[in-house]
Design a protein around this ligand. Structure first.
Ligand code: HEC
Length: 158
């Protein structure tokens, strides 16, 4: 038994670095774009505009857990209760293909950038009254910074 465990550990260790290590199924069941190494992620974060270059990836991923039940973020991800968020930066509001937006969103007219998202995520209802995103908002500024940086990396078209 002990020997089997040891063999498994060695096999797991030696697999590291040879293949892209898949994200741990337990912590990120729906993540697809996280097969980057910590070094690659760190470099990607450092290249973001301030203050997002200071953000914490893990913290952002944890905040995004609040969004996952309603939103996918990967390329070609399905619309759930909310639209797929892939490529959301630089996209017109209400433009995810095949998603049935509220009249409030349909009549809004702007392109998503970090500043718009920061306001939307702080309080969706005051930002755009009448929208259908049933979410209270992320009140903590640092959590929003980490979340937006996470979105910048994970929603970016490859
Ligand atoms: C309870 C489900 C739910 C949760 C939780 C939720 N959303 Fe949404 N989200 C929606 C819905 C529904 C819409 C569309 C709103 C409308 O049409 O009025 C939306 C719209 C959006 C949009 C606009 C997309 C576009 O195509 O213009 C963004 C950006 C967004 N959500 C980000 C987030 C983020 C980030 C989180 C987590 C902090 C989150 N949402 C949490 C349901 C949700």
């Amino acid at each position: 038994m002990r020997r089997t465990l040891l063999v498994t550990v060695i096999a797991a260790l030696s697999a590291c670095g040879q293949n892209e290590t898949p994200p741990s199924a337990a912590s990120t069941p729906t993540a697809t774009a996280t097969a980057r190494s910590p070094e690659q992620l760190q470099a990607a974060f450092a290249a973001l505009p301030a203050p997002y270059s200071e953000a914490n990836y893990e913290a952002g991923r944890r905040v995004f857990a609040q969004c996952r039940s309603c939103h996918t973020i990967n390329a070609g991800g399905q619309n759930r209760v909310g639209p797929n968020l892939h490529g959301v930066f630089g996209r017109e509001i209400g433009a995810a293909e095949g998603f049935n937006y509220s009249p409030a969103v349909q009549s809004a007219n702007f392109v998503w950038d970090a500043s718009q998202l920061d306001h939307w995520l702080a309080n969706p209802q005051t930002f755009l009254p009448g929208n259908r995103m049933a979410f209270a908002g992320v009140r903590d500024e640092t959590q929003r910074r980490d979340l937006i940086a996470y979105l910048m990396i994970e929603s970016a078209p490859e």
